[in-house]
Design a protein. Structure first.
Lengths: 424, 424
């Protein structure tokens, strides 16, 4: 039977989950996968974590060099997080020809170029299923399930924290700050929630996933990123009444015009398969030229779901004679080689406060007309001497909407209180 | 660059789809997968099909021997359908050490044991992603995405024809026969629809998928199979009013008691992710001990979606040095080695006609009580001297329900008009 020795760097939530799965399922993998996987080493300075998992003292390493030089270790699992130390340690073990499995989306988004080159040079594998969408095997699907397709579009709910907050706001009418506080109390959000609520986490993941889907390196810096901190419960409620649900959506599209990649709050029709993805669940909805629409749905985070992806990578690596590398052009200057679309097409939801006077609506409509924006739905509700106008447009372009908003705000007619994209 | 020569047996809907994808994407696969895949041979006696696809004469083979002996062919795609000729041809090419990719669920469900043994003996690969759920990469997910998990449950809508018919009946109140006729006119159902509507197609697929999920051979003969021919629009409508949607559901569960595998119509709560899988879409919802709930959703049939799965298998095979075999115990006598549960647990929907007299309801309730069946919902509607009683039970067992139905029908109290399982 094939024997694989594993080292785990970092026994936090995800590393601890992987440790538990590997130790509890060792016999199961012998029977079902014909491979004996043993955890040979861990690197974790926190004694409390080691004790909570019941890690035997003899497998606790003192430093990365011990692991890099250990001939019994074939695969190193990196769950340290952050990029500086993680990058250094991953390079150390790749130099020694050991394969790496990581859950670190920021590391992959920022340093894949360098890490893959090093891995190839030393005939080591580099696997990162756990870096995107927890237990959902989206990376394996892009590599080995829909690689027969030209992917034209990918839309995802790929951050559990923001989806929990938006679901709460939608279902219970909670304010953003109250929903965030609850998410923090439940451990779904960090004390410093910026990585999630400002969309950085989703942007890193989208950079990785769109690179694989479109076979070309998409730097995370090219992802248009807007978080959910400015989202107001009033707009969620008004959109809901019109049949929409607000999600933090990651969108990647490829057409003859180029590639567009963006993370921002967006309304989806409630019938869309992604609209009912609630709470901490995640999903990716992609469209290929042969397969058509395909959706993967599951737990986007957590110790065991993400641990499941890590162990899946270990078993996948063990099942292969040669490592499997990415299929994308790992160019050093994607900014030059790839054409990015920034003035993308979308529909828009807008909320305006208008002076409720005769003729105002026609003047507002004229401004929309000036920028070739046509209106799909319009709802006016009176409020003393003002009125609230909610407008959903037909598909138009980003620049047209920005111009119309500037024009409206510069006029005496109306104040634009909120603008949200509507995705179909 | 690696070169792969492909032969396609049968250019019907699926084989034709694979041919089109392979010829149209040849350059794309060179760039993105570093492999040059050429269709070297086809075996298809129907001239019209060859002409419709524009197949050059020089690649049309006269018989299987030409293909089996062709040194330029590495992978043979079997899309003939049926089992006799398909089995013979597949064995012929496996003997020659060529790998096989097939879309034939019946072949895999009935002869996997023999085919896999032959493939291993000749170091050939045997891939069948296209045999189950069209373009949805569920087999790859079981092999390489959730292989780290003990799968406890799998539920699927895995037959597009019946899902189209039931969706039509649910949304428009159409009768079964009218919905079937429409499905036939649209090409979703065969002139002889038995394979689909009697659940054979789903049972073959469930046999294959549950074997992979539970790592042990599950013969299709062990799948409890009930089709949709007896389903009545009245029950669909009454269930719908209670918040349920009727689906032809494939269910596989594994617990300490054993394995249960079944295909039958079942009500699902409308909030269940599977309940909104409509029309010709398919989905598989599985639960693993680490990953939790995971759903894959997409097109379950059609030339290009199923062709996508075939070409994905070809590219997967091309990416490997050694073939990937199934991970299940391919025992010759699974009937003896595996414990199957037949008296499984479920909730039930029942529709009864009752004589509307004082005391009848309490006597009916007493019969349910006798078999320890407790009632979750009850709805009585009057109709002249009779009344219709709709009952949804709490979880009970198959045997208890059968006994209660027999007792009710033998009594003067009521006639049981319909019984349907309710799955949560």
């Amino acid at each position: 039977m094939k024997k694989i020795g594993v080292a785990i760097l970092g026994l936090g939530v995800v590393g601890g989950g992987a440790y538990r799965i590997l130790t509890e399922h060792r016999e199961f993998y012998k029977t079902t996968q014909a491979v004996d996987i043993s955890v040979e080493c861990v690197l974790e300075p926190n004694r409390a974590r080691l004790e909570a998992l019941g890690v035997p003292d003899e497998i606790v390493a003192n430093n990365i060099a011990e692991i890099a030089c250990d001939p019994d270790v074939n695969i190193v699992v990196e769950c340290i997080g952050g990029v500086d130390v993680a990058r250094e340690y991953v390079l150390d073990v790749l130099y020694g020809g050991k394969s790496v499995v990581t859950s670190n989306k920021e590391l992959i988004a920022k340093y894949y170029h360098e890490l893959e080159r090093t891995a190839k040079r030393h005939s080591a594998g580099l696997y990162f299923e756990a870096s995107c969408v927890g237990g959902v095997p989206i990376i394996r699907t892009l590599y080995d399930g829909v690689q027969s397709n030209k992917i034209t579009s990918m839309m995802g709910i790929i951050n559990g924290t923001t989806n929990y907050i938006l679901t709460k706001m939608t279902e219970e009418g909670t304010s953003y700050s109250a929903a965030l506080k609850e998410a923090q109390q439940l451990g779904y959000a960090e004390a410093d929630p910026d990585a999630d609520v400002e969309g950085y986490d989703a942007a890193y993941k989208l950079s990785v996933l769109s690179s694989l889907a479109f076979h070309t390196k998409i730097p995370y810096t090219k992802v248009l990123r807007e978080g959910i901190t400015g989202v107001c419960e009033e707009d969620i409620a008004r959109g809901k009444a019109l049949g929409y649900r607000l999600k933090l959506l990651a969108v990647a599209k490829q057409s003859e015009e180029g590639i567009e990649v963006r993370v921002h709050p967006a309304f989806l029709k409630k019938e869309h398969p992604l609209a009912s993805v609630a709470g901490s669940y995640n999903a990716v909805f992609l469209t290929g030229d042969s397969v058509g629409d395909l959706m993967l749905y599951g737990k986007g985070a957590g110790d065991l779901p993400t641990g499941s992806a890590i162990v899946s990578d270990i078993l996948y690596a063990a099942s292969r004679v040669e490592p499997r590398y990415s299929t994308f052009k790992n160019t050093a200057s994607p900014e030059k080689d790839v054409k990015f679309v920034t003035d993308f097409a979308s529909s828009y939801y807008m909320r305006l406060t208008v002076n409720d006077k005769t003729g105002v609506l026609s003047k507002i409509a004229a401004i929309f007309g000036k920028y070739n924006i046509s209106i799909l739905e319009l709802l006016q509700t009176p409020e003393s001497d003002k009125a609230t106008l909610v407008i959903v447009t037909h598909e138009t372009h980003e620049a047209a909407i920005k111009n119309a908003v500037a024009k409206l705000n510069a006029s005496e007619l109306a104040k634009v209180e909120a603008v949200l994209r509507v995705v179909s």
